[in-house]
Design a protein around this ligand. Structure first.
Ligand SMILES: *Cc1c(COP(=O)(O)O)cnc(C)c1O
Length: 367
C-alpha cells in the first residue's frame, strides 16, 4: 500500500485525570510479572485513506470504541511489535534499536496490506509514552518497560479487501524478569503442527500467527514442556523457531548456526544483535538450514554443545532438552545452561543497560 508523504505529526498530550495512586503503583511494581500490568497512558494515531496519519495523541489508557464490523475483528488485519525501555547505569532511560522495530513493523504492514508508518513517527510514539510513564519503571532486578506498538484495521465493513481506516497504538507494560528464576534451561516439544508455510505470513509479526500457535503451545504445556518447537511446513524436517523466539546452535569448534530467513521465520532483532556480538567475539556464525535429525545426532555425538532461544521478552533462554512425539527425548550437553549462552546474554544485557560500550550504536538514550 502506498504511503503518502507524511509531514511530521504533532502529538496532543492529554494527561490522565486520575492516574493510579502512587502507593498502589509502587506495590504493583514490586512484582510486575510480564504483560499483566499497564501504565497510565497510551499513544494513538489514526490513518484514513486519502488523509494518511493524523490525530496523534498521548492520552489516558482506556478502552477504544470499535465498530463490531471493524475489519480487524473478522479478517485479522493486525500487526505488532515488542521492545523494551531500559534504565541505564546513570539512571536515564533508553530504547534498544527502536528503528529496527520500526522497519520490521513496516515489513509486517506491507505483508498484511496495511499502511506503513514513517519510522521516525514510530520511534517518537515510543519515546513519548516512555517519557510520560517513566515513573512506572519497576525497581526490580532485570526490570524494564515493555512497549507494545500495534496496528489494527478499524474500518467497519465485511468485504475481503484491505481496510481504509487503521489505528496505530502503543501501550506499555512494566516487566520483571520473563523467567522468574533467571534463565533455567527449557524443554521443547516438537510440534506436528506448523507455524508458517512458504509464501505465508511467517516473517510478519501478526497476531494471526500467534492465534495459530496456541493449540500447539497448549499441547506442549500439557505434556510438561516449556515451549513448542516448529519445523518447516513443506518437509517437516528443518528447524524453524519456537512460538516467539529464534534459535541458535553452538558447536564444539566455535561455530554457531541459526536457521536462515527464507520467509517463514520471524527476523528477530535479538537474533540479529547476537549474531553481531558473536562475530565480534571471533565466532563463525552461519545462517543455515539444520534438521531435527541432525540435531539429535549432533547432541548424541557431543559435537553440539549448547542451544539457546532468543527474543526481546526473555533475551536469551538456554534449551536443555527436546522431545519428539515419535523418537522421544534427547538432551543437549549437560541439559543445563551453557557457557557461551550465558556470555552472549551478559554481553547483550550489559550493552542494553549501558554497562558496556555500544560499538554498534544500538542504544537510543531518552532525554
Ligand atoms: C517477536 C518474535 C521473535 C523475536 O524477535 P525479537 O525482535 O528478537 O524480539 C521471534 N519469533 C517470533 C515468532 C516473534 O514473534
Amino acid at each position: 500500500m502506498a504511503t503518502l508523504a507524511q509531514p511530521s505529526l504533532a502529538f496532543t498530550h492529554l494527561p490522565h485525570p486520575s492516574p493510579v495512586p502512587v502507593d498502589v503503583r509502587k506495590a504493583a511494581l514490586a512484582d510486575p510479572g510480564f504483560g499483566k500490568l499497564f501504565t497510565d497512558h497510551m499513544v494513538s494515531i489514526d490513518w484514513t485513506e486519502g488523509e494518511g496519519w493524523h490525530s496523534a495523541a498521548v492520552g489516558p489508557l482506556q478502552a477504544i470504541p470499535l465498530h463490531p464490523a471493524a475489519a480487524v475483528l473478522h479478517y485479522a488485519q493486525e500487526i505488532f511489535e515488542g521492545l523494551k525501555a531500559y534504565r541505564l547505569e546513570d539512571g536515564s532511560m533508553a530504547l534498544f534499536r527502536p528503528e529496527a522495530n520500526a522497519a520490521r513493523f513496516n515489513e509486517s504492514a506491507k505483508r498484511l496490506a496495511m499502511p506503513e508508518l514513517p519510522e521516525d513517527i514510530f520511534v517518537q510514539a515510543c519515546r513519548e509514552l516512555v517519557a510520560v510513564d517513566k515513573d512506572w519503571f519497576p525497581a526490580v532486578d532485570g526490570g524494564s518497560i515493555y512497549l507494545r506498538p500495534f496496528m489494527i484495521a478499524t474500518e467497519p465493513f465485511l468485504g475481503v479487501r484491505p481496510a481504509k481506516q487503521y489505528k496505530f497504538m502503543v501501550i506499555a507494560s512494566p516487566a520483571g524478569n520473563y523467567f522468574k528464576s533467571g534463565a533455567p534451561a527449557v524443554s521443547l516439544w516438537v510440534s506436528q503442527y506448523t507455524r508458517a508455510a512458504p509464501g505465508g505470513t511467517g516473517a510478519a509479526k501478526c497476531g494471526g500467527n500467534y492465534a495459530a500457535s496456541l493449540v500447539p503451545t497448549a499441547e506442549a504445556f500439557a505434556r510438561g514442556h516449556d515451549q513448542v518447537l516448529f519445523l518447516d511446513a513443506a518437509e517437516h524436517k528443518w528447524v524453524e523457531e519456537l512460538g516467539g523466539m529464534n534459535l541458535y546452535f553452538v558447536f564444539d569448534d566455535g561455530t554457531m548456526v541459526t536457521p536462515p530467513l527464507l520467509g517463514t521465520i520471524l527476523p528477530g532483532i535479538t537474533r540479529d544483535s547476537l549474531m553481531a556480538l558473536a562475530r565480534d567475539e571471533g565466532l563463525t556464525v552461519k545462517e543455515e538450514r539444520y534438521s531435527i535429525d541432525q540435531w539429535r545426532a549432533d547432541a548424541a555425538s557431543g559435537r553440539l554443545v549448547e542451544v539457546f532461544a532468543c527474543g526481546t521478552a526473555a533475551v536469551v533462554t538456554p534449551v536443555g532438552r527436546v522431545t519428539d512425539p515419535v523418537d522421544g527425548e534427547f538432551v543437549i550437553g549437560s541439559g543445563g545452561p551453557g557457557q557461551l549462552t550465558g556470555k552472549l546474554k551478559d554481553r547483550l544485557v550489559s550493552i542494553q543497560r549501558g554497562q558496556a560500550p555500544d560499538p554498534h550504536g544500538w542504544v537510543m538514550r531518552l532525554g
